[in-house]
Design a protein around this ligand. Structure first.
Ligand SMILES: [Zn+2]
Length: 383
């Protein structure tokens, strides 16, 4: 895992992704709800200048919510990484908004109060493993601090959790607390979206490896409850915005509503404004798909899995999936999917070259594969 800045790619296939994200997103007001800064135990790291450069690819005015990674220096209580990120937020207060990260087992209430006094605008909680099989005793106290301070909580709800059912016991007791469930709530998406449907302030961020998770989100929750997030440095703002905007457009959201996803709704959350009324999900639970795009999307996801599941991907293994995906793109009778398949093939071609060259930055291949999977999952866009 390497810093996000090494992930820049120059290829016309990828340039068209950035251009389309720009065209679908609003000109101003983009706010990425989910970015990490600092260092992680897994070797990932990102400094504020690299994040600002990555945000510049979206727009010069794009902003981000920042919080620590799982920092090797997190004990005690995430104090050191929280102070570091608070300082970066102060230095770039026009574009970066700092949340403090808490460890529920390590004095979280004292730490959140300390950080709020130093300018934190929200709380990041990252439960792991069995943490939500029952309510962690510290969690109601953390929610109470958030309620009293009027700040949101962003809660990891992605990989490495077994279930999140216990959240249904806590969140409804705190209807005043804006709760952003990260990664489209995939740890328990059906349970959370149904169980928290009537909570007035539960939101879902769009940071997902699988674009199908974000598409399904638009079939499960109100569009007014979806916010763009990238999980940088594991994702990238421009790439994450492409997914959020493509999925939103696929679900039929117009430019105004896409502007809410891109930053309008999260800005209202941070400002403590009342969220817009929740409208019914925009996408039908059953929607038609093109068989060849399902096939290519599946192989691209398998290639993506082969890249991300080891620190140094095995080129032959990744290539075998890319070759199958490109086989789907060779279609003399593509129905309505010809231009999407051609675009996907262009991205896969560049990804394959990187893999063959054993490119030292596997993140570049990840961005290309992620964009290809996003196209496959979100076709056709309404005219
Ligand atoms: Zn994250």
């Amino acid at each position: 895992m390497r810093p996000a800045e090494s992930a820049s790619i120059s290829s016309s296939a990828y340039d068209s992704i950035i251009a389309e994200a720009e065209q679908l997103a609003p000109q101003t007001g983009v706010l990425d709800a989910h970015c990490h800064l600092g260092s992680d135990e897994d070797g990932s790291s990102l400094d504020p200048d690299a994040l600002l450069r990555a945000l510049d690819k979206v727009s010069r005015s794009a902003r981000a919510v920042i919080f620590p990674l799982q920092d090797p220096e997190r004990r005690p209580a995430y104090r050191v990484p929280n102070d570091r990120v608070l300082e970066w937020g102060r230095q770039h207060c026009d574009r970066l908004i700092t949340f403090c990260r808490l460890d529920p087992d390590d004095d979280p209430v004292a730490e959140v109060e300390r950080c709020l006094a130093r300018g934190a605008r929200g709380i990041k909680l990252h439960p792991r493993g069995h943490d939500w099989e029952s309510v962690h005793p510290a969690v109601p106290a953390i929610f109470a601090v958030a309620r009293d301070a009027g700040v949101p909580i962003l809660l990891h709800a992605g990989r490495n959790l077994r279930s999140m059912g216990a959240l249904l016991q806590v969140a409804p007791q705190f209807p005043e607390v804006s709760l952003v469930l990260a990664h489209a709530g995939i740890a328990d998406q059906a349970v959370l979206t149904a169980g928290l449907m009537h909570h007035p302030r539960v939101f879902y961020d769009t940071s997902c490896f699988s674009p199908y998770d974000v598409v399904e989100l638009f079939a499960r929750v109100s569009a007014e409850r979806v916010v763009f997030g990238s999980d940088t440095p594991y994702g990238q703002p421009a790439d994450g915005l492409f997914l959020a905007m493509r999925a939103a457009a696929y679900a039929g959201l117009d430019a105004r509503d896409r502007g809410l996803i891109a930053g309008g709704t999260m800005t209202a959350v941070l400002d403590g404004r009342e969220p817009l009324p929740a409208t019914p999900p925009r996408l039908a639970r059953v929607h038609p798909v093109t068989g060849s795009l399902v096939r290519v999307g599946m192989y691209v996801m398998m290639a993506l899995s082969a890249v991300i599941s080891t620190p140094t991907p095995v080129p032959g293994r990744v290539r075998s999936w890319i070759e199958l995906a490109r086989g789907v793109c060779r279609d003399s009778d593509p129905g309505g999917a010809g231009s999407a398949l051609a675009r996907i093939d262009g991205l896969l071609n560049v990804a394959e070259q990187l893999i063959i060259r054993q490119d030292t930055h596997p993140r570049r291949a990840i961005l290309l594969l992620h964009a290809a999977a996003t196209i496959a999952a979100t076709e056709p866009l309404p005219a």
